[in-house]
Design a binder for this molecule. Structure first.
Ligand SMILES: *Cc1c(COP(=O)(O)O)cnc(C)c1O
Length: 482
């Protein structure tokens, strides 16, 4: 087990070098009232101890720079390092959020220009970058739903959410004070149109739809879905966190959707996970522009300067300070400019190709409930392994760690038993995909012939199987220095 940095301490060691003080002041006398009698307990280590310690720690954790990370729905693609360099440029990173508009023309131009790109990509009319994550974008959307119907004097208190939606969709609708009506998928893994027609009436504010859905399937009746909801006066919200499957190919705006969120920290290659900053901009159609959070970026009347506009008539207010998590936006902007529209289209094509390649190579080894062309991800099931050898999906996921692969999303979506939701992304090579197939086949064979090996996994990680329920309920994260 790796030692804590406190345990590496050797009194007097330090990781810095400072010149001798050449000012003749009796500091002790001047500041003695502020000095604690007891020195603060900080680790005393050399620079080399420090470097080795943190490099070692960085290799214990799994991350996308270390190995394949096919975590379904999370789009854990490789993040080009040049995006980091660009986000770190002084002109972006040193800006004070209260700067006057004329002093941050570059930043405003970037936001304005990126908005233009996102409009082209989605078919929407106006964007805000304030939401800090996908779920936050959804919340912004639900607040717009609420205010829009309040202004129209319509009392609509329900939101329809298909059972193949991402979990944040019903959670958001419920947080927005709406009753959630869940509708079932049909045997093709798509929205059941009759169920939608039955559920949709003038008491329903609209539909929250994840597309492609969490089965990795594109809703083939999307135009009919949109029509059913609009015909009853409802609004359409498109959860576009899975845009990695469709860039340059189809646009939520063209399908009739009124609001869409994107996950810049998935599709647009900004690092995420571990609760770090994200960005979930939302785009709306013209008739909802006045509801967006303020400020929005505008060009001034003669069209050569950028400025912040606070004057939106029906704004829902602010949902994040200033312009949102701008550092993340800069990374996504750099990525978009690097690839261009053609490049983004290729990203989506490769993401879908990679997912289908894995699916077709693994469907003999693991049960595949929806056996059809998928988009960026697909959902296998460990139910045969469980029935035949009592090897659970959790065991399979843990065993993957022994082979240096991050497990996929497990037990989600709930409409597939023992689900393994796999999203390879476009950044994995053919060799890497073949390696993944080999590992998955090996685990399937172990589950038959040597189930105990799988059930007791992982065997090679720094910590073995944790009591996850206990870790959730009684987290004890503090360092006690006795
Ligand atoms: C990730 C995801 C979300 C939520 O995004 P966060 O940034 O994690 O809040 C919503 N919907 C789908 C389909 C997602 O994949």
């Amino acid at each position: 087990m790796t030692e804590l940095i406190f345990e590496l301490t050797s009194p007097g060691r330090k990781a810095y070098t400072l010149p001798d003080c050449d000012v003749d002041v009796d500091y002790d006398d001047k500041i003695k009232d502020f000095i604690d009698e007891e020195p603060v307990n900080l680790p005393e280590v050399s620079e080399q101890d420090l470097m080795r310690h943190y490099v070692e720690l960085s290799t214990l954790n799994f991350h996308v720079d270390k190995g394949m990370y096919p975590l379904g729905s999370c789009t854990m693609k490789y993040n080009p390092k040049i995006n980091e360099d660009i986000a770190r440029l002084d002109g972006f990173s040193d800006i004070h959020p209260y700067s006057a508009d004329e002093d941050i023309q570059g930043l405003l131009e970037m936001l304005f220009d990126f908005e233009k790109d996102l409009k082209i990509l989605t078919g929407m009319d106006k964007f805000t970058f304030q939401p800090a994550a996908g779920a936050h974008g959804e919340l912004t959307g639900i607040k717009i739903f609420r205010k829009y119907f309040d202004n129209k004097g319509e009392d609509r208190d329900k939101i329809i959410v298909p059972d193949s939606a991402h979990g944040t969709n019903p959670a958001t609708a419920s947080m927005g004070g709406f009753e959630v009506i869940t509708i079932k998928s049909n045997d093709k893994g798509c929205v059941d149109l009759d169920a939608l027609r039955d559920a949709m009436d003038e008491t329903v504010a609209g539909l929250y739809l994840t597309n492609p859905n969490t089965l990795g399937i594109f809703e083939e009746d999307i135009l009919e879905i949109a029509k059913i909801v609009h015909d009853e006066g409802g609004l359409l919200y498109y959860d576009g966190a899975n845009l990695n499957a469709t860039m340059g190919i189809s646009r939520p705006g063209d399908m009739g959707f009124d609001i869409v969120h994107l996950n810049l920290h998935k599709t647009f290659s900004a690092p995420h996970g571990g609760g770090g900053p994200g960005s979930g901009p939302i785009g709306v159609k013209d008739f909802l522009t006045q509801y967006l959070p303020v400020p929005v970026v505008k060009k001034d009347d003669n069209g050569n300067k950028y400025k912040l506009d606070y004057s939106l008539e029906n704004t829902i207010g602010k949902i994040h300070g200033f312009f949102g998590n701008v550092g993340v936006v800069v990374k996504a902007y750099a990525y978009t400019k690097l690839l261009g529209l053609k490049g983004l289209k290729k990203v989506s094509e490769m993401a879908c190709l990679n997912a289908n390649y894995l699916k077709d190579n693994l469907k003999k080894d693991y049960y595949l409930k929806f056996n059809r062309l998928c988009k960026h991800e697909f959902v296998l099931s460990g139910k045969n392994q469980k029935a035949e050898n009592s090897v659970k999906t959790l065991d399979i996921a843990k065993r993957m760690l022994d082979f240096g692969v991050h497990p996929p999303t497990v037990y989600f979506p709930q409409i597939v038993d023992e689900a393994l939701m796999i999203e390879p992304t476009e950044t994995e090579s053919k060799q890497s995909l073949d390696n993944f197939i080999r590992i998955m086949k090996k685990i399937a064979s172990e589950a038959k012939n040597n189930p105990e090996t799988v059930k007791k996994a992982p065997h090679t990680t720094p910590v073995k199987r944790l009591n996850e329920a206990k870790a959730m309920r009684n987290p004890d994260l503090k360092y006690e220095n006795e």
